[in-house]
Ligand binder design. Structure first.
Ligand SMILES: Nc1ncnc2c1ncn2[C@@H]1O[C@H](COP(=O)(O)OP(=O)(O)OP(=O)(O)O)[C@@H](O)[C@H]1O
Ligand SMILES: [Mg+2]
Length: 310
């Protein structure tokens, strides 16, 4: 669906445009169809730059990319893709329904189809019907985000590119958009999305790529990445009826173990499965009761922090 080869972008800086900053540095990436692909990286890592290059809004310094087998310079393929930018910005004096109609016209839909699509999509993104005929300048950030997502689907695209699709949305809005994105995949569409909201990425994405300072630092199946980097297995033991203070001394003798106080009890982390038994004995001796033992899986947040730090 997307093939990126050595994609590089230098921005020119300063009055004489002599200084260059490399925002994207030799990116190679393949995205297969029918999945939700998460594009991650800290602020300024080059996510928006990549997406804008793919959309031919800016042009590469080096490298090439293809979408649906077509070179990105061939904008004809845009009829089969959808895009919602990081901060959607539309004509302020258009109403939401007029904007949808306008985009529908650009894609050559007839008027009945435009009307049907406008109603279907504005409903789908959860925009209140009373706001359909309100001018966009009166819209909040979250409402604009919803319109941005609605317009990205007007041409029934095969693949959509979303730059921070959940930004500006309240928790209900986030859930709705999450469902919308999952539904796109169920329909066999491909979603390429950047996001800072890692819980959304974790809940939605099949594969991810992580960028750091314009370079790819990790890519692959999300679960594999989490398992691989989670080789040091941790276990959490929850106990009650004792204080962390009363266990602390004995627990500190176990290498790699940590203890935190909890209301009515304590949480003990061990990095070796064999230490669980020792902890249970200490707990029993001190008069505590066991509540639970569970393996701790590395979260995407930990992976993200690990991969994006210097
Ligand atoms: N038009 C521009 N002119 C000069 N530098 C730019 C321009 N746009 C982006 N940059 C620089 O390119 C780098 C990558 O920016 P980009 O917007 O792609 O990051 P991002 O990963 O989308 O970050 P964020 O998570 O904050 O949205 C940054 O160092 C940024 O300062
Ligand atoms: Mg960005």
């Amino acid at each position: 669906m997307v093939e990126i080869e050595n994609l590089t972008k230098d921005y020119e800086k300063g009055f004489w445009k002599k200084k260059k900053i490399r925002a994207l540095d030799g990116l190679n990436l393949q995205v297969e169809g029918g999945q939700i692909f998460g594009f991650l990286g800290g602020n300024g890592a080059g996510k928006s730059t990549t997406i804008k290059l793919l959309m031919s809004i800016i042009f590469p310094t080096e490298g090439t990319a293809k979408i649906l087998g077509e070179d990105i310079s061939n904008t004809k393929m845009h009829s089969k893709i959808g895009y919602c930018p990081e901060n959607p910005y539309f004509y302020d004096y258009l109403k939401a329904s007029e904007l949808m109609n306008y985009f529908g016209e650009l894609f050559g839909l007839d008027s009945t189809e435009r009307k049907r699509k406008t109603e279907e999509l504005l409903t789908k993104v959860g925009l209140d019907e009373k706001d359909w005929n309100k001018q966009l300048r009166k819209f909040s950030k979250g409402m604009l985000q919803r319109v941005g997502l609605a317009q990205s689907l007007i041409n029934d695209p095969e693949i959509v590119f979303y730059d921070e699709p959940m930004s500006g949305l309240d928790p209900t809005g986030r859930r709705e958009i999450r469902e919308l994105i999952a539904e796109l995949r169920d329909k066999g569409k491909t979603v390429f999305m950047s996001s800072h909201i890692l819980s959304d990425i974790e809940a939605l994405c099949d594969n991810v790529a992580i960028l750091r300072k314009g370079k790819l630092v990790a890519t692959g199946n999300l679960q594999d990445l989490l398992n691989k980097s989670g080789e040091i297995q941790e276990f959490e033991i929850n106990v009650k009826g004792v204080t962390a203070k009363s266990l602390e001394n004995e627990i500190s003798k176990i290498s790699g173990a940590t203890i935190t106080a909890k209301p009515n009890g304590a949480n003990i982390h061990v990095t070796n499965e064999n230490d669980i038994e020792t902890v249970l004995q200490i707990n029993k001796k001190t008069g505590g009761n066991l509540v639970s033992i569970q393996p701790v899986k590395q979260s995407l947040e930990e992976l993200f922090v690990q991969e994006t730090k210097e």
